[in-house]
Write a protein that binds this ligand. Structure first.
Ligand code: IMP
Length: 429
Protein backbone atom coordinates (compact mmCIF):
# COMPACT_ATOMS: atom_id res chain seq x y z
CA UNK A 1 0.00 0.00 0.00
CA UNK A 2 1.44 3.38 -0.95
CA UNK A 3 2.00 6.11 1.60
CA UNK A 4 1.80 9.84 0.90
CA UNK A 5 3.96 12.73 2.02
CA UNK A 6 2.60 16.26 1.77
CA UNK A 7 4.96 19.23 1.70
CA UNK A 8 4.62 22.92 0.86
CA UNK A 9 6.17 23.98 -2.46
CA UNK A 10 6.45 27.73 -1.79
CA UNK A 11 6.91 29.68 1.48
CA UNK A 12 4.19 27.99 3.51
CA UNK A 13 0.48 28.60 3.95
CA UNK A 14 -0.31 26.95 0.62
CA UNK A 15 -3.49 25.40 1.97
CA UNK A 16 -1.87 22.16 3.14
CA UNK A 17 -4.48 21.85 5.90
CA UNK A 18 -7.38 21.23 3.57
CA UNK A 19 -5.47 18.79 1.39
CA UNK A 20 -4.02 16.94 4.38
CA UNK A 21 -7.47 16.72 5.95
CA UNK A 22 -8.87 15.35 2.72
CA UNK A 23 -6.11 12.75 2.49
CA UNK A 24 -6.22 11.99 6.24
CA UNK A 25 -9.74 10.66 5.93
CA UNK A 26 -8.29 7.98 3.65
CA UNK A 27 -5.21 7.19 5.75
CA UNK A 28 -4.75 5.07 8.88
CA UNK A 29 -1.90 6.98 10.52
CA UNK A 30 -0.94 10.65 10.19
CA UNK A 31 2.61 11.65 11.11
CA UNK A 32 4.19 15.06 11.77
CA UNK A 33 7.94 14.87 11.14
CA UNK A 34 9.43 18.38 11.43
CA UNK A 35 8.69 21.88 12.67
CA UNK A 36 6.69 22.63 15.76
CA UNK A 37 3.87 24.91 16.79
CA UNK A 38 5.07 27.50 14.26
CA UNK A 39 2.78 25.69 11.80
CA UNK A 40 -0.93 26.26 11.96
CA UNK A 41 -4.03 25.28 10.14
CA UNK A 42 -7.72 25.43 10.48
CA UNK A 43 -9.92 22.41 9.82
CA UNK A 44 -13.66 22.59 9.53
CA UNK A 45 -15.18 19.18 10.23
CA UNK A 46 -18.88 18.63 10.81
CA UNK A 47 -19.49 22.33 11.36
CA UNK A 48 -16.79 22.51 14.06
CA UNK A 49 -13.66 24.60 13.49
CA UNK A 50 -10.41 23.13 14.83
CA UNK A 51 -7.25 25.20 14.97
CA UNK A 52 -4.30 22.84 15.02
CA UNK A 53 -0.66 23.66 15.19
CA UNK A 54 1.14 20.69 16.68
CA UNK A 55 -1.36 17.86 16.62
CA UNK A 56 -1.42 15.77 13.41
CA UNK A 57 -4.59 16.60 11.45
CA UNK A 58 -5.67 12.97 11.27
CA UNK A 59 -6.80 13.08 14.92
CA UNK A 60 -9.85 15.06 13.89
CA UNK A 61 -10.72 12.25 11.46
CA UNK A 62 -10.40 9.57 14.13
CA UNK A 63 -6.99 8.38 12.94
CA UNK A 64 -3.84 7.61 14.90
CA UNK A 65 -1.67 10.73 15.16
CA UNK A 66 2.09 10.46 15.55
CA UNK A 67 4.53 13.24 16.46
CA UNK A 68 7.89 12.12 15.13
CA UNK A 69 11.38 12.69 16.50
CA UNK A 70 12.00 15.47 13.98
CA UNK A 71 9.38 17.70 15.60
CA UNK A 72 10.25 20.19 18.35
CA UNK A 73 7.55 19.94 21.00
CA UNK A 74 6.55 22.79 23.28
CA UNK A 75 4.90 20.86 26.13
CA UNK A 76 2.71 23.79 27.18
CA UNK A 77 1.53 24.41 23.63
CA UNK A 78 0.83 20.72 23.14
CA UNK A 79 -1.14 20.27 26.35
CA UNK A 80 -3.11 23.47 25.73
CA UNK A 81 -3.96 22.32 22.23
CA UNK A 82 -5.05 18.91 23.53
CA UNK A 83 -7.28 20.58 26.15
CA UNK A 84 -8.74 22.92 23.55
CA UNK A 85 -9.74 20.19 21.11
CA UNK A 86 -11.00 18.01 23.98
CA UNK A 87 -13.24 20.94 24.89
CA UNK A 88 -14.61 20.69 21.35
CA UNK A 89 -15.56 17.08 21.94
CA UNK A 90 -12.54 15.35 20.41
CA UNK A 91 -11.06 12.47 22.42
CA UNK A 92 -7.26 12.75 22.58
CA UNK A 93 -5.27 10.29 24.64
CA UNK A 94 -2.42 7.80 24.38
CA UNK A 95 -4.70 5.52 22.37
CA UNK A 96 -4.79 7.93 19.42
CA UNK A 97 -1.72 10.16 19.92
CA UNK A 98 1.85 8.92 20.17
CA UNK A 99 4.93 11.09 20.61
CA UNK A 100 8.47 10.02 19.81
CA UNK A 101 10.38 9.55 23.04
CA UNK A 102 13.41 11.05 21.28
CA UNK A 103 11.68 14.26 20.15
CA UNK A 104 13.18 17.49 21.54
CA UNK A 105 11.33 19.85 23.82
CA UNK A 106 10.95 23.58 23.31
CA UNK A 107 11.40 25.33 26.65
CA UNK A 108 10.40 28.85 27.68
CA UNK A 109 14.04 29.82 27.44
CA UNK A 110 13.96 29.03 23.69
CA UNK A 111 11.06 31.38 23.02
CA UNK A 112 12.80 34.07 25.10
CA UNK A 113 15.97 33.65 23.03
CA UNK A 114 14.03 33.68 19.76
CA UNK A 115 12.36 37.00 20.64
CA UNK A 116 15.46 38.61 22.11
CA UNK A 117 17.45 37.76 18.99
CA UNK A 118 14.79 39.04 16.65
CA UNK A 119 14.64 42.31 18.61
CA UNK A 120 18.42 42.61 18.40
CA UNK A 121 18.36 42.07 14.63
CA UNK A 122 16.29 45.22 14.20
CA UNK A 123 15.84 46.01 10.51
CA UNK A 124 17.44 42.70 9.55
CA UNK A 125 15.01 40.52 11.48
CA UNK A 126 13.84 37.23 9.98
CA UNK A 127 10.23 37.61 11.07
CA UNK A 128 10.15 34.33 13.01
CA UNK A 129 6.99 33.19 14.78
CA UNK A 130 8.78 33.89 18.09
CA UNK A 131 7.96 30.42 19.36
CA UNK A 132 11.48 29.23 20.04
CA UNK A 133 11.75 26.94 17.02
CA UNK A 134 15.26 28.06 15.93
CA UNK A 135 16.89 27.99 19.39
CA UNK A 136 15.34 24.56 20.11
CA UNK A 137 16.82 23.06 16.94
CA UNK A 138 20.16 24.73 17.71
CA UNK A 139 20.22 22.97 21.08
CA UNK A 140 19.39 19.68 19.38
CA UNK A 141 22.35 19.94 17.04
CA UNK A 142 24.46 21.32 19.90
CA UNK A 143 23.65 18.12 21.87
CA UNK A 144 22.20 20.07 24.76
CA UNK A 145 18.50 19.53 24.08
CA UNK A 146 16.04 18.07 26.55
CA UNK A 147 14.15 15.17 24.98
CA UNK A 148 10.77 13.77 25.89
CA UNK A 149 12.44 10.65 27.40
CA UNK A 150 14.50 12.82 29.77
CA UNK A 151 11.29 13.63 31.66
CA UNK A 152 11.46 10.11 33.06
CA UNK A 153 15.00 10.65 34.41
CA UNK A 154 15.07 13.57 36.89
CA UNK A 155 18.85 13.41 37.34
CA UNK A 156 19.53 13.48 33.62
CA UNK A 157 17.11 16.36 33.33
CA UNK A 158 18.90 18.39 36.02
CA UNK A 159 22.32 17.79 34.45
CA UNK A 160 21.14 18.65 30.96
CA UNK A 161 19.36 21.78 32.12
CA UNK A 162 22.61 22.98 33.67
CA UNK A 163 24.42 22.56 30.40
CA UNK A 164 21.62 24.06 28.34
CA UNK A 165 21.33 27.11 30.59
CA UNK A 166 25.09 27.71 30.70
CA UNK A 167 24.76 28.35 27.00
CA UNK A 168 21.35 30.04 26.87
CA UNK A 169 21.81 32.37 29.84
CA UNK A 170 25.12 33.65 28.49
CA UNK A 171 23.34 34.58 25.27
CA UNK A 172 20.40 36.14 27.10
CA UNK A 173 22.78 38.29 29.17
CA UNK A 174 24.54 39.46 26.02
CA UNK A 175 21.16 40.36 24.53
CA UNK A 176 20.11 42.24 27.66
CA UNK A 177 17.25 39.82 28.40
CA UNK A 178 16.30 38.15 31.72
CA UNK A 179 17.94 34.79 32.46
CA UNK A 180 16.36 31.52 33.64
CA UNK A 181 16.96 29.55 36.85
CA UNK A 182 17.68 25.83 36.61
CA UNK A 183 15.47 24.87 39.53
CA UNK A 184 12.45 26.72 38.15
CA UNK A 185 12.71 24.94 34.81
CA UNK A 186 13.34 21.61 36.49
CA UNK A 187 10.27 21.93 38.72
CA UNK A 188 8.16 22.98 35.75
CA UNK A 189 9.26 20.03 33.62
CA UNK A 190 8.86 17.50 36.41
CA UNK A 191 5.33 18.75 36.98
CA UNK A 192 4.56 18.30 33.27
CA UNK A 193 6.17 14.85 33.05
CA UNK A 194 3.18 12.76 34.22
CA UNK A 195 0.97 14.43 31.62
CA UNK A 196 3.40 13.92 28.73
CA UNK A 197 5.09 10.60 29.37
CA UNK A 198 1.97 8.46 28.77
CA UNK A 199 2.13 9.57 25.11
CA UNK A 200 5.82 8.75 24.67
CA UNK A 201 7.17 5.67 22.92
CA UNK A 202 9.62 4.56 20.24
CA UNK A 203 7.26 5.58 17.42
CA UNK A 204 9.52 4.02 14.80
CA UNK A 205 8.38 0.60 16.03
CA UNK A 206 4.71 1.49 15.68
CA UNK A 207 5.33 2.88 12.20
CA UNK A 208 7.26 -0.22 11.22
CA UNK A 209 4.34 -2.38 12.35
CA UNK A 210 1.84 -0.18 10.55
CA UNK A 211 3.89 -0.44 7.39
CA UNK A 212 4.19 -4.21 7.56
CA UNK A 213 0.46 -4.50 8.17
CA UNK A 214 -0.20 -2.54 4.97
CA UNK A 215 -1.63 0.52 6.74
CA UNK A 216 -1.71 3.80 4.87
CA UNK A 217 0.61 6.37 6.39
CA UNK A 218 0.28 10.07 5.64
CA UNK A 219 3.29 12.25 6.43
CA UNK A 220 2.20 15.80 7.11
CA UNK A 221 4.87 18.41 6.38
CA UNK A 222 4.91 21.87 7.92
CA UNK A 223 6.24 25.11 6.35
CA UNK A 224 7.60 24.60 2.83
CA UNK A 225 10.60 23.93 0.61
CA UNK A 226 11.58 27.59 0.25
CA UNK A 227 11.71 27.80 4.08
CA UNK A 228 13.97 24.70 4.28
CA UNK A 229 17.10 25.41 6.30
CA UNK A 230 19.32 24.04 3.48
CA UNK A 231 17.33 24.63 0.32
CA UNK A 232 15.31 27.73 1.14
CA UNK A 233 16.03 31.42 0.95
CA UNK A 234 18.56 31.26 3.79
CA UNK A 235 18.75 32.92 6.32
CA UNK A 236 15.06 33.82 5.89
CA UNK A 237 13.99 30.25 6.55
CA UNK A 238 12.80 28.05 9.38
CA UNK A 239 15.25 25.85 11.28
CA UNK A 240 14.28 22.42 9.99
CA UNK A 241 14.48 20.55 6.71
CA UNK A 242 11.09 20.68 5.07
CA UNK A 243 11.81 18.53 2.01
CA UNK A 244 10.14 15.13 1.65
CA UNK A 245 13.31 13.24 2.59
CA UNK A 246 12.87 14.55 6.14
CA UNK A 247 9.73 12.47 6.56
CA UNK A 248 11.99 9.40 6.79
CA UNK A 249 14.56 10.78 9.23
CA UNK A 250 12.01 12.78 11.20
CA UNK A 251 9.86 9.72 11.87
CA UNK A 252 12.38 6.87 11.86
CA UNK A 253 11.28 5.00 8.76
CA UNK A 254 12.85 3.89 5.48
CA UNK A 255 13.22 6.54 2.74
CA UNK A 256 11.14 4.32 0.46
CA UNK A 257 8.23 4.47 2.94
CA UNK A 258 7.74 8.17 2.27
CA UNK A 259 5.67 7.12 -0.74
CA UNK A 260 4.12 9.54 -3.20
CA UNK A 261 5.27 13.12 -2.61
CA UNK A 262 2.54 15.67 -3.09
CA UNK A 263 3.68 19.31 -3.17
CA UNK A 264 1.10 21.97 -2.37
CA UNK A 265 1.26 25.30 -4.19
CA UNK A 266 -1.09 28.23 -4.30
CA UNK A 267 -2.09 29.45 -7.75
CA UNK A 268 -0.20 32.64 -6.80
CA UNK A 269 2.51 33.23 -4.19
CA UNK A 270 2.50 34.45 -0.59
CA UNK A 271 5.09 34.86 2.10
CA UNK A 272 4.96 35.83 5.78
CA UNK A 273 8.07 37.15 7.40
CA UNK A 274 10.98 38.89 5.76
CA UNK A 275 13.22 37.79 2.89
CA UNK A 276 13.41 37.88 -0.89
CA UNK A 277 10.20 37.62 -2.92
CA UNK A 278 10.92 38.33 -6.61
CA UNK A 279 7.29 38.27 -7.80
CA UNK A 280 5.88 40.32 -4.92
CA UNK A 281 3.14 42.78 -5.87
CA UNK A 282 2.94 45.90 -3.74
CA UNK A 283 0.20 47.40 -5.95
CA UNK A 284 -3.57 47.08 -6.07
CA UNK A 285 -3.36 43.54 -7.55
CA UNK A 286 -1.30 42.40 -4.56
CA UNK A 287 -3.87 43.97 -2.27
CA UNK A 288 -6.68 42.24 -4.15
CA UNK A 289 -5.03 38.81 -3.89
CA UNK A 290 -4.50 39.35 -0.15
CA UNK A 291 -8.09 40.44 0.44
CA UNK A 292 -9.68 37.72 -1.65
CA UNK A 293 -7.37 35.01 -0.42
CA UNK A 294 -7.84 36.07 3.26
CA UNK A 295 -4.08 36.17 3.51
CA UNK A 296 -3.45 36.49 7.22
CA UNK A 297 -1.08 34.10 9.02
CA UNK A 298 -2.85 31.54 11.22
CA UNK A 299 -0.11 31.63 13.83
CA UNK A 300 1.19 35.17 13.49
CA UNK A 301 -1.99 37.03 12.49
CA UNK A 302 0.31 39.09 10.20
CA UNK A 303 -0.78 40.03 6.72
CA UNK A 304 0.94 37.89 4.12
CA UNK A 305 2.85 39.44 1.24
CA UNK A 306 1.31 38.45 -2.13
CA UNK A 307 2.57 38.10 -5.70
CA UNK A 308 2.36 36.23 -9.00
CA UNK A 309 3.01 32.49 -9.27
CA UNK A 310 6.76 31.92 -9.43
CA UNK A 311 7.18 28.84 -11.62
CA UNK A 312 10.99 29.01 -11.52
CA UNK A 313 10.90 28.80 -7.75
CA UNK A 314 8.31 26.02 -7.64
CA UNK A 315 10.27 24.08 -10.26
CA UNK A 316 13.25 24.24 -7.93
CA UNK A 317 11.06 23.12 -5.01
CA UNK A 318 9.87 20.19 -7.15
CA UNK A 319 13.45 19.11 -7.80
CA UNK A 320 15.02 19.54 -4.36
CA UNK A 321 11.89 18.60 -2.42
CA UNK A 322 11.24 15.39 -4.36
CA UNK A 323 7.74 16.46 -5.43
CA UNK A 324 6.01 14.02 -7.80
CA UNK A 325 2.67 15.74 -8.14
CA UNK A 326 1.36 19.18 -7.42
CA UNK A 327 -1.84 20.18 -5.65
CA UNK A 328 -2.78 23.63 -6.88
CA UNK A 329 -4.89 25.58 -4.38
CA UNK A 330 -6.89 28.81 -4.35
CA UNK A 331 -7.30 29.05 -8.10
CA UNK A 332 -10.62 30.85 -7.45
CA UNK A 333 -8.73 33.85 -6.00
CA UNK A 334 -7.61 34.63 -9.57
CA UNK A 335 -11.16 34.62 -10.98
CA UNK A 336 -11.95 37.74 -12.99
CA UNK A 337 -8.41 39.10 -13.34
CA UNK A 338 -7.93 40.36 -16.91
CA UNK A 339 -4.43 38.94 -17.21
CA UNK A 340 -2.15 36.74 -15.19
CA UNK A 341 1.59 36.45 -15.00
CA UNK A 342 3.81 33.45 -14.49
CA UNK A 343 7.46 33.93 -13.59
CA UNK A 344 9.59 31.64 -15.75
CA UNK A 345 13.05 32.76 -14.60
CA UNK A 346 15.02 35.77 -13.45
CA UNK A 347 17.35 38.43 -14.69
CA UNK A 348 20.33 39.07 -12.45
CA UNK A 349 22.43 41.87 -13.94
CA UNK A 350 23.45 40.59 -17.39
CA UNK A 351 22.60 36.98 -16.55
CA UNK A 352 19.41 35.05 -17.11
CA UNK A 353 18.66 32.37 -14.51
CA UNK A 354 16.11 29.57 -14.30
CA UNK A 355 16.72 28.98 -10.62
CA UNK A 356 16.95 30.86 -7.33
CA UNK A 357 20.65 31.40 -6.60
CA UNK A 358 21.97 30.76 -3.07
CA UNK A 359 23.58 34.15 -2.38
CA UNK A 360 21.62 36.56 -0.20
CA UNK A 361 22.38 39.65 -2.28
CA UNK A 362 21.77 37.78 -5.53
CA UNK A 363 18.37 36.64 -4.24
CA UNK A 364 17.42 40.17 -3.27
CA UNK A 365 18.39 41.49 -6.73
CA UNK A 366 16.42 38.99 -8.86
CA UNK A 367 14.16 40.57 -11.48
CA UNK A 368 11.37 38.21 -12.55
CA UNK A 369 10.91 37.31 -16.21
CA UNK A 370 7.20 37.00 -16.89
CA UNK A 371 5.00 35.24 -19.34
CA UNK A 372 1.54 36.83 -19.56
CA UNK A 373 -1.62 34.77 -19.90
CA UNK A 374 -5.14 35.89 -20.51
CA UNK A 375 -7.38 35.63 -17.42
CA UNK A 376 -10.89 34.16 -17.30
CA UNK A 377 -14.22 35.84 -16.67
CA UNK A 378 -16.11 32.81 -15.34
CA UNK A 379 -15.85 31.34 -11.88
CA UNK A 380 -13.68 28.43 -10.84
CA UNK A 381 -15.05 28.44 -7.30
CA UNK A 382 -16.41 25.11 -6.23
CA UNK A 383 -15.56 23.38 -9.52
CA UNK A 384 -15.36 19.61 -9.13
CA UNK A 385 -14.12 18.59 -12.57
CA UNK A 386 -11.87 19.99 -15.30
CA UNK A 387 -14.99 20.36 -17.44
CA UNK A 388 -16.42 22.87 -14.92
CA UNK A 389 -13.43 25.18 -15.35
CA UNK A 390 -13.18 28.08 -17.81
CA UNK A 391 -10.85 27.15 -20.70
CA UNK A 392 -8.30 29.80 -19.69
CA UNK A 393 -8.13 28.44 -16.15
CA UNK A 394 -7.31 25.01 -17.57
CA UNK A 395 -4.62 26.63 -19.74
CA UNK A 396 -3.16 28.37 -16.71
CA UNK A 397 -2.92 25.11 -14.74
CA UNK A 398 -1.50 23.23 -17.75
CA UNK A 399 1.15 25.89 -18.31
CA UNK A 400 2.15 25.63 -14.66
CA UNK A 401 2.57 21.87 -15.09
CA UNK A 402 4.91 22.41 -18.03
CA UNK A 403 6.96 25.09 -16.33
CA UNK A 404 7.42 23.36 -12.99
CA UNK A 405 7.97 19.96 -14.60
CA UNK A 406 5.44 18.15 -12.40
CA UNK A 407 1.84 17.15 -13.09
CA UNK A 408 -1.03 18.88 -11.33
CA UNK A 409 -2.59 15.88 -9.59
CA UNK A 410 -5.09 17.78 -7.51
CA UNK A 411 -6.83 21.11 -7.81
CA UNK A 412 -8.60 22.81 -4.93
CA UNK A 413 -11.26 25.32 -5.89
CA UNK A 414 -12.66 26.52 -2.57
CA UNK A 415 -12.04 26.08 1.16
CA UNK A 416 -14.68 23.31 1.18
CA UNK A 417 -13.06 19.92 1.46
CA UNK A 418 -15.02 18.36 -1.38
CA UNK A 419 -14.38 21.18 -3.84
CA UNK A 420 -11.37 19.31 -5.08
CA UNK A 421 -10.58 18.01 -8.54
CA UNK A 422 -8.58 14.84 -8.36
CA UNK A 423 -6.54 13.84 -11.37
CA UNK A 424 -4.73 11.01 -9.69
CA UNK A 425 -5.14 9.38 -6.29
CA UNK A 426 -1.87 9.94 -4.42
CA UNK A 427 -2.44 6.80 -2.34
CA UNK A 428 -2.45 4.74 -5.52
CA UNK A 429 1.17 5.88 -6.08
P1 IMP B 1 10.37 30.21 12.65
O1 IMP B 1 9.99 28.92 12.02
O2 IMP B 1 9.42 30.66 13.73
O3 IMP B 1 11.80 30.24 13.11
O4 IMP B 1 10.26 31.36 11.51
C1 IMP B 1 11.17 31.40 10.43
C2 IMP B 1 10.48 31.84 9.15
O5 IMP B 1 9.55 30.84 8.75
C3 IMP B 1 9.64 33.12 9.29
O6 IMP B 1 9.70 33.83 8.05
C4 IMP B 1 8.24 32.61 9.51
O7 IMP B 1 7.27 33.55 9.12
C5 IMP B 1 8.25 31.39 8.61
N1 IMP B 1 7.28 30.36 9.01
C6 IMP B 1 7.38 29.50 10.04
N2 IMP B 1 6.31 28.69 10.08
C7 IMP B 1 5.52 29.02 9.05
C8 IMP B 1 4.29 28.51 8.54
O8 IMP B 1 3.67 27.56 9.05
N3 IMP B 1 3.80 29.14 7.43
C9 IMP B 1 4.46 30.15 6.82
N4 IMP B 1 5.60 30.64 7.25
C10 IMP B 1 6.14 30.08 8.36
Amino acid sequence: MANVTVIGAQWGDEGKGKVVDWLASRADVVVRFQGGHNAGHTLVVGGETYKLSLLPSGLVRGKLGVIGNGVVVDPHALLEEIERVRGQGLAVGPENLRIAENAQLILKVHAALDRAREAARGERKIGTTGRGIGPAYEDKVGRRAIRVCDLAEPETLAEKLDELLRHANALLVSLGAPTFARDDLLAELLALAPRLLPFAEPVWQRLDEARRAGRRILFEGAQAVMLDVDHGTYPFVTSSNTVAATAASGAGIAPAAVGFVLGIAKAYTTRVGAGPFPTELTDATGQLLGDRGHEFGTVTGRRRRCGWFDAAMVRQAVKVGGIQGLALTKLDVLDGLAELRLCTGYRLGEETLRHVPAGQRAQAALEPIYETLEGWSGSTRGARSWADLPAQAVKYARRIEELVEAPVTLLSTSPERDDTILMRDPFEG
